[in-house]
Design a protein around this ligand. Structure first.
Ligand SMILES: [Mg+2]
Length: 379
């Protein structure tokens, strides 16, 4: 069996897919969505496809090594996203070839269903905003979700006046009041705080018992992350922008975070996500794979979630469940998704629905990336 073609699809403004087809007619899907750099990834997939066509699709580790190491310059979000998508598609083909779900090829499931958490929060105490938050919470609770994540929205400077901090803190405590003590609440600081401001806010929200705070500071400086972790009594999480075991190494060795959040479509695909999780296990670090893009990335994460003992919960955004792309959407029951039993990734793509090329758009306009004085702000 040889790889015959690699095609790319652009079905939604933030969903890009690759499809690998073999000369025996098998096909596998991966997700190559990268926020902000869609055309660069498209080019990277094309370059890697030149290598893959004609090769045996079942030599996944060998191809991973080639795609990562052979060009001398390695890593980075663009190459790693392209590599991740192709890796996922190769696993999909392997599962279909052997007639088993991917997780069976990864050592077999250690759990029967995957706990997912949804995005929900109270962003403002304004009446309209509270009504919208209430409505969404009721909807999510009906599906049985038991964990939610939100964040301090908007731009945050090096320090903010008490009114800004207090408003966020008040929203956080109100969220706890609404959901009660049985539900987990987490906050994503989006890497836009300084260590001092992150620590100050974490101290303020400590008594509403968050599950974790994610990316309190940007990802480049592990010592700054450790500074936050050392001053906060609840778990700190990071990792959606760390792109391989080598980028996670310092987080592990310094015990700089309690939880890691590698992304199945940016950190090197199914192959590397499992290795990162296995490495974390030795440090008693749990894994909450990041997924804020489409259903193929989400499904790929779930196959790894199934086989790693140190899995905690899977991030899920509404459109990751499949709308308009999968022939059958994932169903959340009691806050969990049952493991797929079909071969490969266990999903069927609606090829007609994904065949239109939808232009890429950022979710927010450029003005959101600037402070009132005109300087650049973290989003
Ligand atoms: Mg995040």
């Amino acid at each position: 069996m040889k790889i015959a073609s690699v095609e790319q699809f652009f079905p939604r403004h933030r969903t890009r897919l690759v499809k690998i087809t073999t000369d025996t007619g098998l096909s596998g899907w991966g997700e190559s969505t990268l926020e902000g750099k869609p055309e660069s990834v498209e080019g990277a997939v094309r370059e890697l496809a030149d290598y893959l066509v004609g090769k045996d699709p079942l030599r996944i580790e060998h191809h991973w090594q080639h795609m990562y190491r052979s060009a001398f310059f390695r890593g980075g979000a663009i190459l790693m996203t392209a590599l991740s998508a192709l890796d996922q598609a190769l696993w999909d083909i392997a599962g279909k070839h052997y007639g088993v779900p991917v997780y069976k090829l990864l050592g077999g499931a250690v759990r029967d269903r995957i706990l997912v958490y949804a995005h929900w929060g109270i962003g403002s105490l304004a009446e309209e905003s509270l009504a919208a938050a209430r409505e969404r919470l009721d909807l999510l609770l009906e599906s049985g979700y038991t964990a939610f994540k939100s964040g301090p929205g908007g731009k945050w400077r090096g320090h903010e006046p008490p009114a800004v901090i207090d408003h966020f803190v008040e929203c956080a405590f109100l969220m706890r009041e609404w959901v009660g003590p049985e539900v987990e609440l987490a906050f994503d600081f989006h890497g836009k705080m300084t260590p001092a401001l992150a620590i100050e806010i974490c101290h303020e929200i400590k008594d509403m018992r968050p599950m974790f705070v994610e990316e309190p500071v940007p990802q480049e400086n592990v010592d700054a992350l450790k500074l936050v972790s050392d001053h906060v009594t609840f778990p700190i999480a990071t990792g959606e922008r760390l792109l391989s075991r080598w980028e996670f190494r310092q987080v592990f060795e310094k015990q700089a975070a309690a939880y890691i959040q590698p992304d199945g479509s940016h950190a090197g695909g199914i192959t590397e996500l499992k290795k990162i999780a296995n490495m974390a296990e030795a440090y008693y670090i749990h894994v909450l794979p990041h997924c804020a893009i489409g259903p193929v990335a989400f499904t790929s994460c779930m196959h790894v979630d199934a086989v790693i003992p140190n899995f905690l919960a899977q991030e899920q955004v509404d459109w990751a469940l499949g709308a308009d792309i999968l022939k059958q959407n994932w169903q959340v029951v009691d806050g969990h998704i049952e493991l797929p039993d079909k071969p490969g990734l266990g999903i069927e793509i609606d090829e007609k629905a994904v065949s239109n090329r939808v232009p890429y758009q950022e979710e927010l306009g450029g003005e959101h990336f600037y402070e009132t004085d005109g300087s650049v702000a973290d989003w």
